[in-house]
Design a protein around this ligand. Structure first.
Ligand SMILES: [Zn+2]
Ligand SMILES: [Zn+2]
Length: 730
């Protein structure tokens, strides 16, 4: 017998061959009908999985999952990916199956297939999927040992799966498969009991992908879809997707001339800010710069490159090498020696004696003097000899982080407790070598400007500094109408020794951060074990007007860099002490922040941020001179204003200004000219009537001064929770 513990605290005894579905059946037939999956002893599993395998835990905790549980949704979506794969295999010859996981609300499956699938083919695939769902066939799991599993995949003609068993799953003794009718797939699961649980689905798009995400591997076709437990949920979700498409910053950025990215001519992920986008950015930068000055920050500027040694000191090199651009070498042989060191440091001993001889010769040809290098010396000595040569050469890194430069500014002179807190800020541009597939318009780029600052303070000052940065971040977010946010406080994992800094300081810092958040009445959640090894942090998670969540501002405490850079200050006791470093960026990066703003506002920026705030529209040639006079008055008051002097009808001018999302139009005809007035037209509310120039100036100036945000139409769509990535592959 197996004793089962239900969430309500009741225990029931089940026979040895029972499943979660049997548990449900024991409660009521109605419950058994709606069970989608189960959580057994904390594991998300099939409702049909025999409970025997967990019998060591007794009583065994079981939670039955129905359509109301978020976890059930991802199980059903992944099952829908199987159904899609089955349909594709019915319709096409020679399909190689790769992986089919769930990402948030979306599932996909990667297929190796010679024939190109397009969106035109979706109705036929969906039709076939509907047939499969209607048959309600069960998903049956079975286990095979390695040899049998390989043989089965080979029989099925699934060479990618064979390769995966040999490589990614080399450690597994037993492998799980799922059968649904004629469709058999290597898969860890879990799955819904039968295909009838899939209530509503739709295929969304198709894109290229590589086997295991590596561009050197076979090119695959990835079909995306979504699935829901009701038609209404699917409908709401598709509306949200449409709304997202309408707000896509890549499309709007092009349409409204905000930014331009050209992989072929400038480089992937490198953003060209066009005048309109650059205007928005410079206004935001100016706004933040003023706030920094008010709050006692001091500006600094640092170069775009720094010696590799600087990043060795900070620890950013070579540990994050994969996400950095290759160093710039001052000596021709630099690159050669660099890869030589890497090959030698390689665990796998990838350097043969023959290769080594060739490297020595090549180094000589390139004029590198490696006299100290002895091919017969130990590996460590050879690496040391090469590194010694390197240390005499100039090597630079394109700046991946501003922090080391700021730490050097701190070090540039003796510091006393009277100098602290020292707050240094810079709009610092950094470069990261993100994978091409990861790039996404302005949201994920290779060159980004952080609104970066580093605060150097005493442990006692941490609480006040943290409070001030939280308050600043709130002010910044609310100034652009992003007022729906919460804070995620990442703390260390208790009893772990992977953290730098004393236990005492961590405990003090964590309780200080918590105290500030409680006092501020901000909604926040604590995540134990999510802190970086160098300190606790607080991230702002912001919801935009259609309910999507973005991670923007961040505040991070750091006990590591002050140690690595040996930063000190003289305390009241006349003794040297180590300061704490706080990294913080309310925007995050200008690229990502403005990318999010474009989507949030659908490119219709509020008056204080709009690239072109006002446009003067003369009714005819006769009032052009007066229109110019009006333009000059507003320009002199600091407005970004133009005049439309085309010979078009005023209706056409209004239409164009509306399409270009200009917040206000000032229409001037003979009557306005005579009375010194302008007829104000609001992009949102339409005609506001004629007022004197002074009146219009004062009203609009006030709107700018208050940074009023009124363009955002609240979406009726509820927020769809974006779940974490689910992976059903092994
Ligand atoms: Zn599966
Ligand atoms: Zn930093």
């Amino acid at each position: 017998m197996i004793d089962v513990l239900l969430p309500d605290g009741n225990t029931i005894s089940m026979s040895d061959d029972a499943t979660s579905l049997d548990v449900a059946m024991g409660i009521s037939a109605g419950l058994a009908r709606v069970v989608v999956a189960a959580e057994v002893d904390g594991n998300l599993v099939d409702a049909m999985a025999p409970l025997e395998q967990w019998r060591e835990t007794q009583p065994l905790p079981i939670k039955l999952l129905t359509e109301r549980d978020a976890a059930a949704l991802s199980v059903m979506r992944h099952s829908c990916a199987h159904v899609m794969a089955r349909a594709v295999m019915r319709l096409y010859e020679g399909v190689s199956l790769a992986f089919g996981p769930v990402r948030g609300n979306v599932f996909y499956y990667d297929f190796g297939l010679d024939q190109q699938i397009g969106e035109d083919d979706f109705p036929a695939i969906e039709q076939e999927m509907k047939k499969i769902v209607k048959e309600k066939e069960p998903f049956e799991q079975f286990l095979l040992d390695r040899e049998q599993a390989t043989a089965l995949c080979r029989d099925l003609g699934q060479e990618l799966k064979v390769e995966h068993i040999d490589t990614g799953l080399a450690e597994h003794e037993q492998l799980g498969f799922y059968r649904q009718g004629e469709f058999v797939d290597l898969c860890r699961g879990p799955h819904v009991p039968n295909a009838g649980k899939i209530k509503a689905f739709k295929l969304l798009s198709v894109a290229g992908a590589y086997w295991k995400g590596d561009a050197k591997n076979r090119q695959l076709q990835r079909i995306y879809g979504t699935a829901w437990f009701s038609k209404q949920q699917l409908k709401d979700y598709l509306e949200l997707v449409e709304e997202q498409k309408r707000r896509d910053h890549r499309v709007l950025g092009k349409k409204h001339g905000l930014f331009h990215i050209t992989a072929e001519r400038v480089g992937s992920g490198l953003c060209l800010w066009l005048p309109k986008g650059a205007t928005v950015r410079s206004i935001l930068e100016g706004f933040l710069r003023d706030e920094m000055h008010k709050r006692g920050y001091r500006p600094v500027y640092t170069p775009h490159i720094g010696r590799v040694e600087l990043y060795e000191t900070s620890g950013h090199f070579p540990y994050y090498r994969d996400s950095q651009f290759t160093p710039l070498f001052g000596q021709e042989a630099g690159q050669l020696v660099d890869s030589w060191v890497n090959r030698l440091s390689d665990e796998g001993d990838s350097l043969t004696a023959d290769d080594e001889r060739k490297l020595c010769e090549a180094a000589k040809v390139l004029g590198a003097d490696l006299e100290k290098y002895d091919e017969n010396a130990s590996k460590e000595d050879r690496i040391a000899a090469l590194k010694q040569w390197e240390s005499r050469q100039e090597r630079y890194l394109v700046k991946p982080m501003n922090c080391p430069h700021h730490a050097e500014i701190y070090r540039s002179q003796p510091r006393s407790y009277r100098d602290l807190p020292l707050r240094l800020f810079e709009f610092g541009t950094v470069y990261r070598h993100e994978q091409t597939g990861e790039l996404n318009g302005m949201l994920r780029v290779r060159g980004l400007t952080q609104d970066d600052a580093h605060i150097f303070c005493t442990q006692e000052q941490v609480e006040d500094e943290f409070r001030a940065t939280i308050e600043l971040t709130q002010h910044v977010l609310e100034s652009v109408g992003l007022s729906d946010y919460h804070v995620q406080l990442s703390l260390r994992e208790p009893n772990s020794d992977k953290y730098v800094g004393s236990d005492e300081n961590w405990a003090k810092a964590e309780s200080a951060l918590r105290r500030v958040l409680v006092e501020s009445k901000l909604p926040f959640s604590e995540q134990e074990g999510e802190a970086a090894f160098y300190g606790p942090k607080a991230d702002f998670l912001v919801r935009d007007c259609i309910g999507r969540q973005w991670q923007l501002g961040t505040v991070q405490l750091d006990y590591n860099l002050p140690e690595r850079f040996q930063l000190e200050y003289v305390g009241t006791d006349n003794q040297p002490h180590r300061p704490v470093m706080i990294h913080r960026a309310p925007f995050g990066s200008m690229e990502r922040f403005i990318g999010v703003l474009i989507e949030h506002f659908a490119a219709a920026f509020p008056l204080w941020l709009a690239p072109e705030q006002l446009r003067v529209l003369p009714l005819s040639e006769k009032t052009e001179a007066y229109a110019e006079e009006v333009r000059q008055r507003f320009a002199a008051a600091g407005f970004r204003v133009t005049t439309d002097v085309r010979s078009a009808k005023v209706q056409a001018k209004i239409r164009d200004a509306q399409l270009e999302l200009i917040p206000y139009m000032l229409v001037v005809g003979p009557r306005e000219a005579e009375n010194g007035q302008v007829a104000v037209r609001d992009r949102i509310d339409g005609d506001l009537g004629a007022v004197s120039i002074d009146e219009a100036l004062s009203r609009l100036s006030e709107e700018v001064r208050e940074r009023r945000v009124r363009q955002v139409a609240e979406s009726k769509l509820s927020a769809f929770s974006e779940e974490d990535e689910e992976s059903n592959e092994y």
